[in-house]
Design a binder for this molecule. Structure first.
Ligand SMILES: [Zn+2]
Length: 569
C-alpha cells in the first residue's frame, strides 16, 4: 500500500465537512498568461507545500502512536490543506488559465492540468459533500464494528479466514462463509444511497457518472482500461479454466465432496481473491531466523538504490496502539520517505518490506529539478508496480538463493512448486479483479438494477464459482472496497501488469538476459540506475502511459503478465 488507507479515509471524511468553510467566489483573474500562471504557482506552492509536509508528518506520527490527540492534530492539518483546493475563487482562476490556452510551456501546462483536476473534484456543493461524508462514516463504522457470528460464536475477519483456510467440513465452511456475508445486508442500502450521491456530484461536475469521473480525474481513459481488461480476460480464460479444474480436484478431495458439489465456501477465502494452498511450498521456515530489515537494506544497496536513510527514519516493528498493516509515505518529495511496518520474520513481511521500500525508493530518487507538483509517481499504479516487482521476490527461489536465504539444493527443490504457486496466485487474483472492475462500472451506470444478481453473474462468469441455489443477498456490499475505496481496484491489477512488463524489459534491455524467471537483480546496480533515470525521475512530467512507453519501449500491455503467468514462456 502506498498510503495509510484507513487513515486517509477517516481524514477524507473530515475534509469533506471542512469544505463548508470554502470562500465566496471572487472575480476570475484577467491575466491568463504563462507569467501570471507562474505567479499562481508560487502562491499555491507557498501555501500548499509546507502544509502538506506537516500533514504527512502528523499522519505518520498518528499511525505510530494510535493516540487520539495525534489523530486529531493530523485531521486538523488535513482539513487546512483541503481548504486550499476547495476554494472556488482559486478554481475560477485555474479555469481561466485553462480556457485562455496561453500556458503552453510543457512543464507549466502539465502542472496546470494536474492542479486543475485536484481542485475540480473538490468543487461539489457543501450539502452534498456533507451527506456523502456522513454516509461514508456510517458505513465505515458498520464495517469496523461488524463481527460475524458462526454457530453462536462471535468472530473477527481473521477468524473467518482461518476457518475457510483450514477447515474441511462443508457445513462448517458454509456457516463461516455465510456469516461473513451478513455485513452486506447491514450496509447495502447505505451504499446504494452513497452511489447515487456520488453519481449526482459527478454529473454536476460534467461527467456521465462517478465511475467515469474517477477514471478521468486520474488520467485513465475508461474505454482504454476496459479494452485492457477485455484483453486480459481473453488471455487468462482458457488457462484459468484448466487451473480451476486442478483447484477443484484438490479441494474436492480435501473436503470429501464431488467437484460438482464445490461451493464458494470451499475456496479458502471469502471472495476467492487469493489462491487456495494446493502446492507444497512453505516459505516461512526460510525466514524465521533471518534479519529481514538487513536483507532489505543489503538488497537495495546492491541494486544501486540505497535506502538506509529511509530505514533510520522508518518505524518497522510492532508497538502498542500502532497501525497493523504497512505503508510508505513520501513526506516532502525532497528525499524524506518513511515506511511503517510491524515486521516479523516470515515470508509475508519479507514481501511487505521489499514492497514498501520499493515505494519509498521511487519517492527518494525523484528529480529535485522538477517542480514540486510533478515530483510524484506517474500514477498510483506505477508505484504499485515497482513495489510489486520487488515484493514478488520474497517468494522467488532465485532471489532467496542469491541473498543466501536458502542453498542451491533447496532452491532447486522448490523451483517448480514456487512457480506454480505464483502463477496460481496471479491467475486467481486476475479473475477476481475482473469481477470488481465490471461490477463497479455496471453499478454506477445503473444503480437500480438487480445488483445481487449482477454480482453473481460476474462471479460465475469470471471466477467460475457456483452461486448457492436461490441466493438473493447483497454479497457485493460485503466487499469493503465497493463502499470505501471506490473505482480503484483495477489499479492493483494494472500494477501487476506493469511489474511484469518492467521485469521483462529489465531482464532483456538492461541485464541482457533471456532468462526472466531466474532474475533477482541481486548485486546489479544497473537496475537501480535504469529505474532512477527511466521511471523515478520522470515523476509526473508525462502522463503515465507516455512514461511507460519511454521507459520500456511500449505502452502498458498485458503481454508480459500473460507471458509470465499464463503461457509460461
Ligand atoms: Zn503498495
Amino acid at each position: 500500500m502506498k498510503m495509510h488507507g484507513k487513515l486517509v479515509f477517516v481524514l477524507g471524511a473530515i475534509i469533506f465537512l471542512a469544505v463548508i468553510v470554502a470562500a465566496v467566489a471572487k472575480k476570475p483573474a484577467v491575466d491568463r498568461s504563462e507569467k501570471a500562471f507562474g505567479h499562481f504557482l508560487q502562491e499555491f506552492e507557498a501555501k500548499f507545500v509546507p502544509l502538506s509536509k506537516e500533514v504527512a508528518l502528523a499522519a505518520f506520527q498518528a499511525s505510530i502512536s494510535g493516540q487520539d490527540e495525534d489523530f486529531k492534530r493530523s485531521a486538523d492539518l488535513q482539513i487546512q490543506l483541503n481548504k486550499i483546493t476547495a476554494d472556488p475563487a482559486e478554481f475560477a482562476r485555474l479555469k481561466a488559465f485553462k480556457k485562455g490556452g496561453q500556458v503552453k510551456e510543457p512543464l507549466l501546462k502539465r502542472q496546470l492540468d494536474i492542479i486543475y483536476d485536484s481542485y475540480l473534484e473538490n468543487q461539489i456543493p457543501v450539502a452534498q459533500m456533507e451527506a456523502m461524508v456522513k454516509l461514508q462514516a456510517q458505513i465505515e463504522q458498520k464495517f469496523n464494528t461488524f463481527r460475524a457470528r458462526v454457530d453462536g460464536t462471535v468472530m473477527t475477519d481473521n477468524g473467518i479466514e482461518q476457518i475457510l483456510r483450514n477447515a474441511s467440513d462443508s457445513r462448517q465452511l458454509e456457516a463461516a462463509w455465510k456469516a461473513s456475508k451478513e455485513i452486506g445486508r447491514l450496509v447495502a442500502a447505505d451504499i446504494l444511497r452513497l452511489v447515487k450521491l456520488r453519481n449526482a456530484a459527478a454529473k454536476q461536475l460534467g461527467f456521465a457518472d462517478f465511475w467515469e469521473m474517477q477514471f478521468k480525474l486520474s488520467e485513465q481513459d475508461p474505454q482504454a482500461i476496459e479494452s485492457l481488461f477485455d484483453e486480459l480476460d481473453l488471455l487468462t480464460r482458457d488457462g484459468f479454466v484448466a487451473l480451476k479444474k486442478t483447484i477443484d480436484a484438490f479441494l474436492a478431495a480435501r473436503c470429501g465432496v464431488n467437484a460438482e458439489q464445490l461451493m464458494p465456501w470451499h475456496y479458502q477465502n471469502r471472495y476467492f481473491q487469493e489462491a487456495p494452498v494446493i502446492y507444497p511450498v512453505e516459505l516461512d521456515v526460510y525466514y524465521k531466523d533471518k534479519d529481514l530489515v538487513q536483507l532489505t537494506s543489503d538488497y537495495f544497496k546492491g541494486i544501486g538504490l540505497p535506502i538506509d536513510d529511509i530505514i533510520v527514519r522508518s518505524d518497522l516493528f510492532e508497538k502498542p496502539g500502532k497501525y497493523q498493516h504497512a505503508f510508505s509515505s513520501d513526506i516532502d518529495r525532497g528525499g524524506d520517505a518513511r515506511v511503517l511496518c510491524s515486521v516479523k520474520p516470515d515470508s509475508y513481511w519479507m514481501n511487505t518490506l521489499l514492497h514498501e521500500f520499493g515505494h519509498s525508493a521511487y519517492s527518494k530518487f525523484n528529480d529535485p529539478r522538477l517542480p514540486w507538483t510533478l515530483r510524484d509517481a506517474a500514477h498510483a499504479f506505477t508505484t504499485e508496480a515497482i513495489a510489486n516487482l520487488f515484493g514478488r521476490f520474497a517468494a522467488s527461489p532465485a532471489w532467496m538463493r542469491a541473498m543466501s536465504v536458502i542453498g542451491a539444493d533447496e532452491a532447486q527443490r522448490i523451483a517448480a512448486p514456487s512457480r506454480d504457486a505464483l502463477r496460481l496466485q496471479q491467475m486467481v487474483f486476475s479473475r477476481w479483479s475482473q469481477v470488481m472492475f465490471r461490477f463497479e462500472k455496471s453499478m454506477y451506470e445503473n444503480p437500480d438494477q438487480d445488483l445481487n444478481r449482477s454480482w453473481w453473474e460476474l462471479v460465475e462468469k469470471y471466477q467460475l464459482l457456483k452461486m448457492p441455489v436461490g441466493r438473493n443477498e447483497p454479497d457485493w456490499a460485503a466487499k469493503i472496497h465497493i463502499a470505501l475505496y471506490p473505482c480503484y481496484y483495477h489499479n492493483y491489477l494494472l500494477g501487476e501488469l506493469l511489474a511484469s512488463q518492467l521485469l521483462y524489459h529489465i531482464a532483456g534491455a538492461v541485464l541482457k538476459s533471456e532468462n526472466v524467471e531466474d532474475q533477482s537483480f541481486v548485486g546489479r546496480p544497473e537496475v537501480g540506475r535504469y529505474l532512477i533515470e527511466s521511471v523515478f525521475k520522470p515523476g509526473m512530467r508525462w502522463p503515465w502511459n507516455e512514461m511507460i512507453e519511454r521507459a520500456s519501449g511500449e505502452k502498458l500491455t498485458a503481454k508480459y503478465y500473460s507471458r509470465q503467468f499464463v503461457s509460461g514462456e
